[in-house]
Design a protein around this ligand. Structure first.
Ligand code: FAD
Length: 416
């Protein structure tokens, strides 16, 4: 059985940043991913663009997600793969792969974690389903960056699902792209499309309950990106319900595309170019950690003593029950921080969680879940795991001041 200092499960923004940071701080790292590339939701679910991560200071916009996120952003820019905050995910896959290879991180693709062994409060090993059967890995430290708190759940750590009142999660969305669009003509007809859409929704003619058609321009000419299907009241952690969600979302893709062809201009020669490989999950399980980051913490713009990242993205809740999106924007120039304790699950001493499944309530999760922020959370988890390995201590015993200083010295903004 192979043994590592740090094993990271999940190669999204959080997991990739965690692996990079752990390796750069001296750890022998393996990064396990069920797909065939790094990037997570950005690549598997076609999530695009980066949501806002800058604060206004006077006339300037200053980024508060920096560190490894900034490095990735700059590499994408160098490759001509960015347009405003939209990016080419093929280039992202390559950029991340090169960064990970450069640090000597071992990568294992097409490997799905399905079991974990825990003894005396320590995760000892994880089992992966692979093309040659079961592969088991041991590590001193584990980082769960699976998005769904999959490892924490399998290791018997407590988790919660969705919002507190009824455990419903934010809707799932299958993103899609339309090619060969006359983008100017399409955008010029948006008002007429909006009216037709509102009428059809009010008349109960649409399966998709979303209140509008959400789309983005891409860095690809004549291509529009749609983040607009909405599947509600299904559990993203249930295999049967996720299957239902994928089927329903695909019906919604055709419903919207056909509707737009009837009511918008510029789509005469267009074609449905692609749907994402997987439906996007905004929210599922979250761990119960040493600190549960709450809506109140965010609204109070809390600067935690053990802050490891900062965020000011809106509290952006797509209605888990149907139509409507609740948005709360933080005051101009302000942000809240994320404490290290929210990365530490109860009932485990050598496990950290990074990404959209850290310990928080439903409302706080609706803000920090964006790609720039989860990348920073991942970076912090990676440094923390490397420090724990170096000092031979559990994740609660590391020197948090050293964690913060290390992050700052490598260019991360942590908000304090
Ligand atoms: C529809 C939608 C639209 C969004 N829009 C935006 C947006 O416009 N801008 C923005 O910044 N953010 C947006 N977000 C939020 C953002 O994309 C995610 O919250 C963020 O990417 C999560 O990153 P992560 O690293 O925590 O998880 P993920 O990116 O989900 O990475 C987790 C990785 O773990 C792997 N994995 C999962 N389970 C296992 C397993 N059992 N074994 C092995 N590997 C496993 C997955 O394949 C994946 O690669 C959106 C999210 C969705 C769903």
């Amino acid at each position: 059985m192979k043994k590592y200092d740090v094993a990271v499960i999940g190669g999204g923004f959080a997991g990739t940043a965690a692996a990079l940071a752990a390796a750069r701080n001296g750890a022998k790292v393996i990064l396990v991913e069920k797909a065939n590339c790094l990037g997570g939701a950005a690549c598997n679910c076609l999530v695009n663009p980066f949501m806002p991560y800058k604060i206004r200071v006077g006339e300037k916009k200053v980024p508060i997600s920096t560190g490894i996120f900034k490095e990735i952003h700059e590499k994408l820019e160098e490759r001509g793969a960015m347009r405003h905050e939209g990016f080419l995910e093929e280039e992202l896959k390559y950029v991340l792969q090169e960064m990970v290879e450069r640090e000597g991180i071992e990568l294992l693709f097409h490997a799905y974690i399905f079991a974990a062994e825990k003894k005396d409060g320590k995760v000892c090993s994880v089992s992966l389903a692979t093309r040659s059967g079961v592969v088991t890995l041991e590590a001193d430290l584990f980082i769960d960056a699976s998005g769904d708190a999959q490892l924490a759940y399998l290791a018997g750590c407590p988790t919660v699902l969705g919002r507190e009142s009824d455990h419903l999660c934010q809707p799932m969305t299958l993103c899609f792209r339309v090619g060969n669009v006359d983008v100017d003509a399409f955008l010029a007809s948006r008002e007429k499309l909006k009216i037709a859409h509102a009428q059809a929704l009010a008349a109960g003619e649409l399966m998709n309950p979303r209140e509008n058609i959400l789309l983005f321009k891409m860095p690809i000419p004549n291509v529009l990106h749609f983040n607009t299907t909405r599947v509600v009241k299904l559990d993203p952690t249930s295999p049967e319900e996720v299957t239902k969600a994928e089927l329903l979302a695909r019906k919604q893709v055709y419903e919207i595309y056909d509707f737009m062809k009837k009511h918008a201009d510029g789509l005469e020669n267009s074609f449905l170019m692609m749907t994402a490989a997987e439906i996007g999950v905004r929210e599922s399980r979250m761990i119960v950690g040493d600190h549960v980051l709450t809506e109140q913490d965010c609204l109070a713009l809390t600067k935690f003593e053990d802050a490891i990242a900062a965020c000011n993205y809106d509290i952006d809740i797509h209605n888990p029950e149907g139509t409507g999106t609740h948005i709360y924007s933080f005051p101009r120039g302000e942000y809240y921080t994320i404490p290290y304790r929210s990365l530490i699950p109860k009932d485990a001493d050598n496990l950290l969680v990074a990404g959209r499944c850290i310990s928080s309530d439903h409302t706080a999760q609706a803000s920090y879940r964006i790609m720039p922020t989860v990348c920073c959370i991942g970076e912090a988890a990676g440094v923390a795991a490397a420090l724990a390995k170096r000092d031979g201590v559990g994740v609660r015993e590391i020197n948090v001041t050293e964690l913060q200083t290390t992050l700052k010295n490598s260019g991360a903004f942590i908000g304090i």
